[in-house]
Design a protein around this ligand. Sequence first.
Ligand SMILES: [Zn+2]
Ligand SMILES: [Zn+2]
Length: 351
Amino acid sequence: MRALVYHGPGQKSWDEVPDPTIRDATDVIVRMDATTICGTDLHILKGDVPAVTPGHILGHEGFGTVTEIGPAVSTLVPGDRVIISCITSCGSCSYCHQRLPAHCLASDGASGIGWILGHLIDGTQAEYVRAPFADNSLHKIPDGVSDDAALTLSDILPTGFEIGVRNGRVKPGDVLAVIGTGPVGLAATMTASLYGPSRVIAVDIDDNRVEQARRFGATDGVNSSRTGSKDRILGMTDGLGVDVAIEAVGVPESFELATELVRPGGTVANVGVHGRSVELRLQDLWIKDIAITTGLVSATTTPMLLKLVAQGMLRPDQFVSHHFRFDAILDAYATFARAADTKALKVAITR
Ligand SMILES: [Zn+2]
Ligand SMILES: [Zn+2]
């Protein structure tokens, strides 16, 4: 088969590699119908994720058709169309029992992480993939879920919902600021609607992206690179600040802005992947009764989100901005990496 292989920082290619085979009894083999690229893949290619060693196939998102099942797989049969979750869950370790498979201990007991595809084992940017703990980690695609919508359920929709909206404790009537309007920030914007906020303020440094956020449910938009932007956002509240500030960028400036916008008693939900230390101004924050939350998605809400998508209550197919074939995956990477110019959100790569 062919697959996108990481060859060290800055180096990748679409290589001929051996087909995956069943290794453990709980594995299935999936023929990928579509995959996509995540910001995390770009971090890996920069060399920011040393656990990914050269020779690994990248990718942790996508869907496909089961072609082979291990002897212990009980809920899937060849021919099933399945979404592959970015989180692999054994279902029986202590973290899986706590509904926190983000830290599943089965794959790597030392660090405990459920994100193994395209990280610790070969991933989904390939014609075929071996999916471990398949009964717990794959989701059959119900009728009514389009291919483009299915692509958003591996990672961005559950991540935006669980780490942004749910960790942020969004309640009816809340005023939210979503800082960063990339795919995950927009996924938080879209799924926040499930809790009925009164205002969702999209904050970004790019006018186009601020405007685009309205299609995903933002009621207001502010370009944070303009002077006076913080006061403009505060002016959209009762002056006390937002109830929930969702940080979906991952740089010190955006995190600090989130802590400046949140009102006493509110929540800063960090979703962004940070590569540098941030300044936490506890001298201002200690008295404000705020909560700061962090997390890696556990993807335990994927079945619920799938139901809402199947019923048309959420319409995430609009996340897919570009379509490519597998043999043009390097073009897909180039398009996704220049998102500011190409206006790429999610790029679908199909067989
Ligand atoms: Zn991802
Ligand atoms: Zn587990």
